[in-house]
Design a protein around this ligand. Structure first.
Ligand SMILES: *Cc1c(COP(=O)(O)O)cnc(C)c1O
Length: 389
């Protein structure tokens, strides 16, 4: 059964006589116990019972089960944002003296947490080239306990050879856990767990929410012992989610695959249009032949998210590329993606990748929304006139 069907027919037992598709909003900090014995014996950890709102309500347990379905895992834990999901995995799995490995094109806040909090706690890190398995092999030490993967990389969208990277870690660092930031693939473009990933994180803020109105993240795994480690750490740190937000994500989930497909189709049409503009010297989109890692995307994926990054001809100065971005009307300037509105953000390639960046011109990341793609192309075409000279 396809995930879209499975999500719509996902198990849920309504109260007798009220069979409705909607999952009710169960809120509560306090949960009553009938007696002390019941209080002592109930377990939130195996989800056999409710103990305290922070540890889950019937509504949040239902969303956790559905996100596990989306991700292809068995255990999901909700947290307050995608970034909180990243830091929850780090905090649960790393201690002083351990090393964590990050790809060079990692989601930048993952790196800043690593170079600030993790460094202060005595956790070291190394950065590897996501497009070169030998670079990952060279970075591994006996202290390597966690390896982050991202597919594709943030902003520059290079798609790595995930099978090769996972193979290197299994061979050289059997002690390490492999974590994937699965926000771009969203559980739709490829199946992370069948490739051998141990833990996925997902910014539910993006596709699962789809409304640009919720911040939430998830951590998913398959292994029971790993689940215990992650869930106990999550409970000690005190991560929780608002149940009204959980309700919004539950409501948006059945349409996620349709929204993903629509933004995929529009993203590819927009990327092809960008390829024919002489103001753009490079178009980065993993489904586009010639884009870095396209062959790996083709061997791992059946779909792509609606993100397109262009490298503007380096002869245009920052003030000119800023003027182009400012001239866009349908593409709004703002962070995040996968909502109804198309978004745009310019990046200085040196600021995000340092001196080793292969890109010299300004990078502009377009996030395709749910508008008609021909209207988006017309908007970009009109705004591009400021770069006509
Ligand atoms: C947005 C995003 C995050 C963080 O999600 P927030 O909910 O905004 O904290 C993490 N990873 C990737 C790849 C993202 O795009």
């Amino acid at each position: 059964m396809k995930k879209i069907t499975e999500l719509i027919h996902h198990p849920y037992t309504p109260p007798a006589g009220f069979a409705s598709p909607a999952v009710p909003v169960h809120k509560g900090s306090t949960v009553y116990f009938d007696n002390v014995a019941q209080m002592r014996s109930r377990s939130w950890l195996d989800r056999s019972g409710y103990t305290y709102g922070l540890h889950g309500t019937p509504t949040s347990f239902t969303l956790e089960e559905r996100i596990a379905t989306v991700e292809g895992g068995t255990h999901t834990m909700l947290v307050s944002s995608g970034l909180a999901a990243v830091t929850m995995v780090d905090m649960a799995l790393l201690k002083s003296g351990d090393q964590v490995l990050l790809p060079s094109n990692v989601y930048n806040p993952n790196k800043t947490f690593t170079t600030n909090e993790l460094a202060a706690w005595g956790v070291t890190h190394a950065v590897y080239d996501a497009m070169d398995a030998a670079s990952l092999a060279a970075a591994i030490t006996p202290q390597t306990k966690l390896v982050w993967l991202e597919a594709p990389g943030s902003v520059t969208l290079e798609f790595p050879d995930l099978r090769a990277l996972i193979g290197v870690v299994r061979e050289r660092a059997p002690q390490a856990v492999i974590a994937l930031d699965n926000t771009w693939g969203a559980g739709i473009a490829f199946d992370a767990f069948s490739l051998g990933i141990d833990v996925t994180i997902h910014a539910l803020t993006k596709y699962p929410s789809g409304g640009a109105d919720v911040l939430m993240g998830s951590v998913t795994c398959r292994d029971d012992a790993l689940y215990r480690t992650l869930a106990l750490s999550r409970s000690r740190v005190g991560h929780g989610v608002g149940i009204n937000d959980v309700e919004l994500v539950l409501r948006a989930l059945p349409s996620m695959a349709l929204r993903y497909a629509a933004q995929d189709a529009a993203g590819r049409a927009f990327a092809s249009w960008c390829q024919a503009r002489r103001q753009f010297v490079r178009v980065l989109h993993p489904a586009l032949a010639g884009s870095p890692g396209h062959e790996h995307w083709a061997s791992h994926c059946t779909a792509a998210a609606g993100l397109v990054t262009v490298e503007v001809d380096p002869r245009f100065k920052t003030a000119q590329t800023d003027a182009f971005v400012d001239a866009l009307k349908l593409f709004r300037i703002g962070y995040s993606w996968a909502g109804p509105t198309s978004l745009v953000v310019p990046y200085d390639p040196k600021a995000i990748r340092g001196g080793s960046s292969p890109y010299r011109g300004t990078l502009i990341r377009f996030c395709i929304g749910l508008e008609d793609v021909n209207d988006l192309i017309a908007d970009a075409e009109r705004a591009l006139r400021v770069l006509a000279a």
